[in-house]
Design a protein around this ligand. Structure first.
Ligand SMILES: NC(=O)c1ccc[n+]([C@@H]2O[C@H](COP(=O)([O-])OP(=O)(O)OC[C@H]3O[C@@H](n4cnc5c(N)ncnc54)[C@H](O)[C@@H]3O)[C@@H](O)[C@H]2O)c1
Length: 440
């Protein structure tokens, strides 16, 4: 099929590349001309494992094209995905300006009957707004093209985005008409072979399903973090508890890891947006509010432990920090817990020597002006001259450090394990002090 994808970010680019890889011809459009130029040169603007080969292969085959022009999107296909950002407004609601701007751009150009599929995470009712915006523009231009919309929220995880798209657990399709469902069933057929992963529902339920999924996961993490903080008080190791409860099939083992809080481009903003939806509908959203409150505290937990370790005096201290991205396998720094820790420690006069395998460039654009932060190019360079080590991201290369070396390098001999990566006994056996999250 011919498909256009608007937005070449973490979701749009992966969607475009994966759809091209199964034989579709895809036009990927973004208003960021630098991004599109880089893509045309074969450069991938984000770190996403496997995406470079996919883009290279499909661009070379002519199945994946890039443009900054909505004209090209509309001329290329009558099946058009919107995958642009929906960040938070000040009041917590989802900022739909990019989505609606896209709808208008398309409405001004569409001449053939088309299906617009909203892949961005959007509040209930947004598809109606998209359809209305398109129709207003069509009417203004005096065109009679028939445009329908469908909701197809994306569930990929950054760091595993290609794999998740190629082998989805489920494909949620929200439609108001059978024809749109059939078109999307055909498009997704290559990803839907060994069992039917398509779940077809009405548009509003599909829009809501995405928020409910992310909020459920965020609530689970905050629940475990609350348990971990209590575990710390009562001398319990939350890692034993995690294994104990995760073995219950009603609970399951995923998303039960306590740590330094969640971040990223989705959970925080989606919690805020759903809470806002609840507020505007006069419904309480106590679970969502609590999940956010717990997380706000948790993002500071590593900094709090370090501050306590130094009795509140951080001036002249250097903290080595391993991991800046909000989780492993991505360079995404949006709302990363590392930022909260850096802000708090440097405000108290500490110097932070930080390293991340792929997020240094993005980090520089956010914290490059902070004179107390040194971004360094290796884990070893981060610990040089440092008093203590804080681990903020669960990158593989941090999983099995040489504790003897850490003991000889860290001046104050302490490891703050914000992701519970280490066996406390092994760290202590090397003569280091160990501080995890909820390790008793
Ligand atoms: N990142 C994830 O892991 C993830 C997972 C599932 C769903 N989502 C959702 O998908 C959506 C996109 O997220 P993302 O992380 O890919 O965002 P992103 O910020 O990485 O990419 C968005 C892109 O859209 C472009 N854009 C904005 N307005 C445009 C317009 N009018 N025309 C063309 N391009 C335009 C931007 O330049 C940017 O490149 C969001 O709603 C997000 O909540 C994200």
């Amino acid at each position: 099929m011919d498909v256009s994808v608007i937005g070449a970010g973490y979701v749009g680019l992966v969607t475009a590349a994966c759809l091209a890889d199964v034989g579709n011809v895809v036009m990927c459009v973004d208003i960021d001309s630098k991004k599109i130029e880089r893509l045309k040169q074969g450069e991938i603007p984000i770190h996403e494992p496997g995406l470079d080969r996919l883009v290279e292969r499909n661009a070379a085959a002519g199945r994946l094209r890039f443009s900054t022009s909505h004209d090209d999107a509309v001329a290329h296909a009558t099946l058009i995905f919107i995958a642009v950002g929906t960040p938070s407004e000040k009041d917590g609601s989802a900022d739909l300006s990019h989505v609606i701007a896209c709808a208008r751009e398309l409405g001004r150009r569409i001449e053939r009957d088309s299906l617009i599929v909203v892949k961005s995470t959007v509040p209930v009712g947004t598809n109606d707004q998209v359809r209305a915006a398109v129709r207003t523009e069509l009417n203004a231009c005096g065109r009679a093209a028939f445009v329908t919309t469908a909701s197809n929220p994306e569930f990929l995880k950054e760091g595993f985005a290609v794999e998740d798209f190629m082998k989805p657990d489920r494909i949620i399709i929200g439609v108001d008409d059978l024809q749109s469902a059939e078109t999307l069933r055909q498009l997704y057929a290559p990803f839907n072979r060994n069992r039917d992963r398509l779940i077809v529902m009405d548009v509003r339920s599909a829009e809501f399903t995405k928020y409910a999924a992310n909020c459920m996961l965020a609530v689970r993490i905050s629940f475990m973090n609350e348990m971990a903080n209590l575990a710390d008080r009562v001398g319990v190791d939350i890692e034993h508890v995690r294994r104990g409860i995760g073995s219950d099939p009603r609970i399951g083992p995923h998303f039960l890891y306590a740590g330094a809080g969640f971040g990223g481009s989705c959970f925080p903003k989606d919690l805020r947006a759903l809470e806002h939806t609840a507020k505007t509908n006069n419904e309480p959203a106590e679970m969502l509010t609590a999940a956010m409150q717990v997380n706000a505290r948790q993002r500071r937990i590593v900094a709090s432990k370090i501050i306590r370790f130094f009795d509140g005096t951080l001036s002249g201290r250097t903290v080595a920090l391993w991991g800046l991205s909000f989780k492993a396998n991505t360079d995404d720094m949006r709302e990363a817990p590392s930022l909260a820790v850096i802000e708090e420690l440097t405000a108290l006069g500490a110097t932070v020597r930080a390293y991340d395998p792929v997020a240094l460039e993005n980090a520089r654009s956010i914290i490059g002006n902070n004179k107390r932060v040194e971004l360094v190019s290796s884990a070893d360079a981060a610990i040089e001259q440092a008093d203590v080590l804080a681990v903020m991201t669960e990158w593989l290369e941090f999983r099995s450090p040489d504790f003897e070396r850490l003991k000889h390098t860290l001046k104050s001999g302490a490891v703050f394990d914000g992701r519970n990566l280490y066996d406390p006994a092994a760290v202590r056996a090397a003569g280091l002090q160990y501080f995890g999250v909820g390790r008793g």
